[in-house]
Design a protein around this ligand. Sequence first.
Ligand code: SF4
Length: 420
Amino acid sequence: MTAPANGTRPILLIPPMDELAAEMAAAVFRSIGYEARVLEENAETLAIGLQHTGGGECAPCPSTVGALIAAMQRERLPPEQVVFFMPTACGPCRFGQYAHLTREILDRLGWNGVRILSPSAVNAYAGLSQKTRIRLWRGLLAADLLRKLRLRVRPYEREPGATDRAIARSMGRVTDAIERGDWRRVPARLEEATAEAAAIPVRDERRPLVGVVGEIYVRFNTFLNGDLFRRIEALGGEAALAPMSEWVLYTNHLQRLDARDARAGLAGWPRRLRLWAEACWVFDRWERVTAACGDPLLRDRHEPAIADVVAEGARYVPWHVRGEAILTLGRAALYVKRDGAQAIVNASPMFCMPGTISTGIFPQLERELNVPIVCNFYDGSGDANRSLVPVMHYLGEAMRNGGRAEVPAAAPAAAASPAG
Ligand code: SF4
């Protein structure tokens, strides 16, 4: 992607899937010459998106389209200077259509000059330069770590807002280092963030751990999910969220499974070796380095290996069924078996295909794992999170009585939508 002929820098607009990860990505793109900004999403931008889409798309689609159109109109951006960041994928899901539909809508509005930067999960985002991929990966890991610190400390903070302020300060220091291309300083900045979070005065109390899994956009997006994590905290729990890096590791893992399945004999070994080396030296290595920056505060929040998540999920969905259902199911099972979660929230956008699959299978997990599992569908309206109220009340009572919460025999897996 090159700058327009008049020499102005491309304006890269990034959907705010997750505020921390989007700001990290913006800092990475600014470090390589873009004027990168994170789009704003709210009820007004969602309404704009709904006007320009068909009504049957899953919720992140109108939300991202609306955010883009609102920014174009509000800031009167020159289309030929604008680049919209919209990764893509294939498989049993609509995500692969987002970039195409956005293209159609932009053309319909006469904004043919807007370009869409759309690296694909099919080849583990190989369309980006290797340097940019590694930088984005490290930025994503940094966002995952800061988010974990926030979720680990905030439920127990004595002074409301202290954790959010500390994380915002840390975020500023990390993005500043990234933007200046000073990557050697990033681990030290993350260690400082951990030390600052660890110094926040906290209450000595026990809370039930709630594992949050599900579709990647709505799981992170506090606008669409009705600020799910704060709601869990307000209801007496501590949320643990499957990180964004999980999806990238999964796309890499799929490539390795595909290469193994291709049965290309000796001819396939160079590719398998390349994938193995990349996994070890780029993805796994930086994940380990970044995770270590969160110790000791996050020592009990390290992620399981992606192969373990997929293997666990494959007990319910074959790995050949690509997409998020296998991750959602596998990580939920590991949250309970490995991390001691006492409840699971499966967050899906309205009309989500993997979300519908996982919601259909979760009653089986609920019986096997003996913890409550709440499946919520979100569309940016209503209060889907009210389904958590009885579950959290029950968990809190069980914890106060000194016991581990157990699902009563008659309790079905809850599936709630804003309308229902
Ligand atoms: S995972 Fe669900 S919400 Fe996301 S693009 Fe696919 S179908 Fe839509």
